[in-house]
Design a protein around this ligand. Sequence first.
Ligand code: IMP
Length: 197
Amino acid sequence: MKGGGGTPVSNDLRLVYFATSNKHKFDEAKDILADYGIDLKMVREKTEEIQDDDLRTIAVHALSKALEKDERPTMIEDAGLFVKMLNGFPGPYSSYVHRVLGVDGILRLMNHEENRDAEFRSVVAFGNSPSIIETFQGVVKGTISLQPKGRSGFGFDPIFIPKGSKKTFAEMSLEEKNHFSHRADALRKFAKWYTSL
Ligand code: IMP
């Protein structure tokens, strides 16, 4: 369908609100979901993030709080870096650890460590009302680099090398990162489900 000035109108795109203050996450998600005809709108409100050992619990809690305010198709994503030799640390505490220790702090904790296996995990939670929430999980396995490399992305991107690549996430374009990432994995699962409804 065309608008007045020949501009395409987005009636055929399904609008989904993404509650996040992280513009990098939003850009990654928008790029993926566009492939499925889903139009994403960023809602920059502060989400309520509880501390819990489980990403899913954190995402579901934050989403139900957002939906209590506005009952509309809304998505929240929670992610974390799980380092094998640190028994999964920082995991659900990644945001706090990134703020306090940063990328260099993780590298110091892994000094001289040969086993550098790690994975990023993502949980996308979606719902229209607090009583009906669906979740989708994504994962990417990889290794922690010996030193930070690259300037793109955010968080631990400069020290994470996904399996199948020689580059860190921070050395990749958004499209390359979306080829590998935990977030892309969870978002594609969500999009397949959503567009099949
Ligand atoms: P959040 O709670 O989902 O915002 O993510 C927690 C923290 O994990 C972020 O502050 C980042 O430090 C880290 N993180 C999550 N996803 C990514 C990613 O795609 N790249 C790099 N770091 C990430």
